[in-house]
Ligand binder design. Structure first.
Ligand SMILES: Nc1ncnc2c1ncn2[C@@H]1O[C@H](COP(=O)(O)OP(=O)(O)OP(=O)(O)O)[C@@H](O)[C@H]1O
Ligand SMILES: [Mg+2]
Length: 363
């Protein structure tokens, strides 16, 4: 036996976890702590080092609306199993009354309607997107502060023992699940901290203020939730409010996703589009704000960009190899569209799409 004393590097990730990290960094802006937690959980799962008899990870995500709490979970599923819908989402607000719990776990045999109720949280639902290659599922409990006592009890069992007992006595196993819980709890305290004395959200609140905001979030969680719940969590992550620069990066990401959609749609002739700086400013004004973060950005993109583009496609005004340019006309306060080039080679289109998020034409 040779004795070695060289220190080892525990920050190195395996290849697969690194791919997840890179993917999340490409899709999620400004929430590095949450990315690190998910990647760590995944790494533990891959090496089989997560605690036995518990879910792979129990994460509570706090923070303002439209800051990426739900999006990061969907993005994780998208990257790992190729489908954002692979997340089993339970909207806790929908299960306030005990009879509604039957929707989740089914009713006991003998109850009226027993046969008709297919529990939402069955093993089949959980395993819907798992495969031999990746036997991992993603479960999201949204707005947990709205959960009824009955739901809390179920939740505590899942977080602690990775088990849920259905109405008919069958067990559901969550030991190969990443569990995400989200809440807007404390968001108002947190945003009060950001706006205090300023009257507006500073574009970059700075590391110390972010730390204070995170602390306020964690304290709010400790006040609201019981210790037995808090003790079952692996990590409480407080999402940051997004500043102007971050919202701009999110817009670029979303525009990149629209370009991807154009290339992937079987019924659309492939073309590329670019968006002028003025048009981007317009989309940001329409789709983002201090209160709702990036919550309405997608809707603004769909309404003012994608829908008109779909008309251009349907009426044959955009053809394969075209380069479409979207601009904003301040006189009519509308988006305008024009062709910037045609017969763009597939190679040039692929290149344009690759750099699409950064693509901005002078107004
Ligand atoms: N940090 C982020 N990175 C990338 N996209 C983001 C981010 N935050 C928000 N978005 C965009 O805004 C949309 C809404 O965000 P999301 O649904 O994740 O908000 P949320 O934090 O879950 O809010 P709520 O508390 O209201 O549920 C996302 O679909 C995504 O397009
Ligand atoms: Mg959400």
């Amino acid at each position: 036996m040779a004795r070695l004393s060289a220190p080892l590097d525990t920050t190195n990730l395996g290849c697969e976890a690194r791919l997840l990290e890179t993917g999340l960094r490409r899709l999620i802006v400004g929430q590095d702590e949450a990315i690190a937690q998910i990647v760590n959980g995944y790494q533990m799962f891959l090496t089989g080092m997560h605690a036995p008899g518990r879910p792979v990870g129990n994460f509570l995500f706090l923070g303002p609306t439209g800051s990426g709490k739900t999006r990061i979970v969907e993005a994780t599923a998208e990257i790992l199993v190729g489908c954002a819908r692979a997340v089993v989402t339970i909207d806790c607000g929908e299960f306030q009354h005990s009879h509604e719990i039957a929707k989740l776990i089914g009713s006991p045999p003998g109850y009226l309607g027993h046969r008709e109720t297919h529990p939402m949280l069955s093993q089949e639902t959980l395993n819907q997107f798992t495969s031999e290659k990746l036997d991992l599922s993603f479960v999201l409990f949204d707005e947990i502060e709205k959960a009824s006592d009955a739901l809390w009890n179920l939740l505590l069992g899942i977080l602690d023992k990775a088990t849920l007992t259905l109405g008919d006595g069958r067990k559901v196993d969550f030991s190969k699940s990443l569990i995400f819980l989200t809440s807007n709890l404390g968001a108002s305290n947190m945003s009060a901290l950001t706006t205090r004395g300023l009257g507006f959200v500073s574009p970059d609140p700075g590391a110390r203020l972010n730390e204070k905001i995170a602390q306020a979030g964690v304290e709010a969680a400790r006040r609201k939730f019981t210790p037995e719940f808090i003790n079952r969590l692996d990590k409480i992550v407080v999402f940051r409010s997004l500043g102007d620069a971050e919202l701009r990066r999110i817009l670029d990401i979303e525009l990149g996703l629209v370009q991807e959609r154009i290339f992937q749609s079987p019924s659309t002739k492939p073309f590329v589009f670019s968006v002028t700086a003025a048009a981007k400013d317009y989309l940001l004004r329409e789709g983002t704000d201090v209160k709702y973060g990036a919550r309405h950005l997608k809707r603004a993109i769909e309404r003012t960009l994608v829908q008109p583009m779909s008309n251009l496609i349907a009426s044959g005004q955009v053809q394969t190899g075209d380069w479409l340019r979207a601009d904003f006309d301040s006189a009519t306060t509308r988006m305008t569209f024009s062709l910037q080039a045609e017969n763009v080679s597939p190679f040039a289109m692929a290149e344009a799409a690759r750099t699409s998020p950064a693509l901005s034409v002078a107004a």
